[in-house]
Design a protein around this ligand. Structure first.
Ligand code: ZN
Length: 690
């Protein structure tokens, strides 16, 4: 490393290692850098530099005390003779999946016990890399013949896919620790991969590897940013050729339309919701490599098409397992949520486009918390938007498992990919609350209580910023700045599109106002003790979904009918303990059209309890309640375990029989519910006087 570069270090040493171009004084995104894949709008921060606080800290502590911290003790696939520890047991995706969330959790919480756990797998993986560069569980051929995989014998190796997840694990581990073994390990592996892909292409063992190659490319690009080894660019090109054509499909439109029409076995891997969630990052990854803006356009077209044809009020698309249209009774797989979140976190870094920041928060604060139990030990394979009961049954899923366990809450119910993969959701969201910026500043692009420690500005000054807030429940965010000395750096802050006008205060004085839908930059000399306050007024509004249904929203949260939950525990012979949830409360209501026409006037907002440091996403702790007027639709009933959306006329009104009486209902944040209605039919307000 050149002396000149060392002078220009803006962030910590680890950060410099990750992003050598960050210290370049010649400017950001200039032409000379384009070939070096430094085409990043925002930089990911090293794992551990962002710490969770408040309710988010509690969420991560729950995970540490629950399945994320203990999956290796309670889940037989990871516990017994694990392939990633040299055993003959499971050596495919589930252990790397678990580590992909457990590794960030260990460093976010600085938890010594969890670090010890994950280090066993990391160490075994690094120490048992073959001389050729191949790595992972010992293959059958190797143990039968006492040999090690070489490029010549790549066909005796195993699936590329689980190794893609392990690369993500090792990348995070490196940014947290700077462990010197990681870079040479990856270089050696990618060199092996480059030499082997001709005879052992991505699709040799499974279509999973072929459909998910962009995650492999992502890490190869990251490594290139550090080593500048030209063969990595070659490798990225070959991986791209062997990966599903996500960018063409997202930009081309036929694919997403066909996915809405067909749920057959033809090309189903291209409609598989988790694959789609992962494939979203493909155009961004290709843009990073080529600089061709057509990829950004393809992403925009594809993401909007996807959400129009398959979108649901909670911010995700249907994925049960395949894309399955916009009916509010379709399911969404938990893996599809956490993978889409990770894609958006990468897309935000590459594009800096606020649309994806807003989309990430919508998924995170609505879809994600609704699908797991308070203790993070049970999950639904598929959640349903309008979910009037959680129970065994085949439902209208594109993968109706014969045992009917896809919708219940269990540890081993449905398919266990989600049990292993769900840990990356909250952890990586925490790691992506903040990013580094051009000009050696910081960006608060997604909000939650947190703290960031970084070195900023040309003077390389250490700062700590405490983000004090109850967001997404509160509209106020305080950024409390501690600095070693006065320091000039740009501070980027997202103003969400749902906010009409934000008020920015500096040390309690109004500093400026800003329209929603942009990232503002405050570039000034910051002093120790400065406090920047952002107020993002949250107005009630409604949005339109499948079959002219309507959802009540406020800020980043969507609201659902609060129902009394009745939980029942059962045991399935094959899939273990599980919970069903039902309600005796009436749920078959239509929102009055007056609520749709004038939501601000006709929906009352009540802050009912503070968001404490013991907050859990459930009905009893919901901090905000909305009150709205409805009338009952007596013919809206459960059919095949779901509540099919009533038919409306073109103007969106339900035309069937509606009870005269107006009823006031309570809506709570969707993420706090297990059974609910979130997409309501609309009824005439009736003739009775208010
Ligand atoms: Zn899954």
């Amino acid at each position: 490393m050149k002396k000149k570069a060392i002078k220009a270090i803006a962030f910590s040493f680890v950060f410099l290692l990750i992003h050598p171009a960050f210290g370049n004084d010649k400017g950001w995104l200039n032409d000379s850098l384009k070939k070096d894949l430094t085409r990043l709008h925002y930089l990911e921060m090293p794992l551990g530099s962002i710490k969770p606080k408040g309710w988010l800290l509690h969420q991560l502590q729950i995970m540490r005390d629950g399945s994320t911290g203990h999956l290796d003790e309670v889940y037989e696939k990871i516990k017994n003779d694990n392939g990633w520890l040299g055993g003959k047991g499971d050596g495919w995706e589930e252990t790397p999946y678990w580590l992909d969330g457990a590794v960030p959790l260990a460093y976010l919480l600085d938890d010594a016990a969890l670090k010890q756990k994950i280090l066993r797998y990391v160490n075994w993986t690094i120490e048992n890399q073959r001389p050729s560069g191949y790595y992972g569980p010992i293959t059958k051929w190797e143990s039968d013949n006492g040999k090690k995989i070489t490029v010549k014998d790549c066909a005796m190796g195993e699936d590329w896919w689980p190794k893609m997840v392990m690369l993500k694990v090792l990348q995070q581990y490196f940014t947290a620790t700077g462990d010197k073994r990681v870079i040479p390990f990856m270089s050696k592996y990618f060199s092996y991969q480059l030499q082997s892909l001709k005879t052992c292409p991505l699709g040799k063992w499974t279509e999973w590897a072929q459909s998910r190659g962009e995650d492999n490319i992502l890490i190869a690009q990251w490594l290139y940013g550090i080593t500048k080894d030209k063969y990595l660019l070659n490798l990225c090109d070959i991986l791209q050729q062997q990966t599903f054509a996500w960018s063409d499909w997202l930009g081309g439109r036929d694919w997403v339309i066909n996915a809405a029409a067909y749920q057959n076995d033809k090309a189903w891997m291209s409609r598989h919701g988790v694959n789609v969630g992962m494939g979203l990052k493909d155009p961004a990854v290709q843009y990073r490599q080529t600089g061709d803006k057509k990829y950004l356009e393809a992403l925009k077209t594809g993401f909007n098409d996807l959400m129009t044809l398959h979108g649901l009020p909670h911010g995700m698309f249907s994925a049960d397992e395949d894309l399955h249209g916009n009916s509010t009774t379709q399911g969404t797989e938990l893996c599809a949520i956490v993978e889409s979140m990770f894609s958006l976190e990468q897309i935000v870094s590459i594009t800096g486009d606020i649309e994806y920041m807003d989309a990430l928060e919508r998924m995170t604060f609505n879809a994600l918390p609704a699908q797991t139990t308070d203790d993070y030990n049970n999950k639904q394979y598929f959640q349903i938007a309008n979910q009037v009961n959680i129970k065994r049954g085949v439902f209208n899923f594109s993968l109706p498992f014969g045992r009917g366990m896809n919708n219940v809450l269990g540890m081993r119910s449905g398919y266990t990919c989600c049990l292993a993969n769900m840990h990356q959701g909250w952890t990586k969201f925490t790691s992506h609350l903040w990013y580094g910026t051009p000009g050696k500043g910081l960006a608060a692009l997604h909000f939650s209580p947190s703290q960031i420690v970084a070195k900023v500005g040309v003077s390389n000054t250490g700062v700590t910023i405490n983000e004090v807030t109850s967001y997404p429940f509160s509209d106020l965010i305080d950024f409390e700045i501690s600095a070693e000395r006065d320091v000039s750096f740009p501070f980027h802050i997202r103003i969400p599109a749902w906010c009409n006008e934000a008020i920015v205060k500096l040390n309690s004085q109004v500093f400026r106002k800003a329209k929603g839908g942009q990232v503002i930059v405050i570039d000034r000399t910051w002093k120790d003790g400065d406090k920047l306050t952002i107020q993002l007024p949250m107005e009630v509004s409604t949005s339109t979904w499948g079959s002219n249904s309507r959802t009540v929203e406020r800020g980043p949260l969507v609201y659902a009918l609060k129902l009394t939950e009745q939980w029942q525990k059962d045991v399935d012979e094959n899939e273990g303990e599980y919970f069903s949830v039902c309600t005796k409360d009436a749920w078959n209501y239509g929102l009055l059209d007056s609520v749709i026409i004038h939501p601000v006037e006709n929906v009352k907002v009540n802050v009912v309890k503070p968001v404490t440091e013991n907050f859990v996403w459930n009905t009893t702790q919901a901090p905000i309640e909305l009150k709205a007027w409805v009338r009952k639709i007596p013919d809206w009933k459960i059919v095949n375990d779901v509540a099919p959306q009533p038919v409306t006329s073109r103007d969106g009104l339900y035309m069937g029989k509606v009870e005269d009486e107006r009823v006031e209902i309570t809506l709570i944040p969707y993420g706090c519910t297990k059974v609910r209605i979130v997409a309501f039919p609309v009824v005439n307000k009736g003739t009775t006087a208010w």
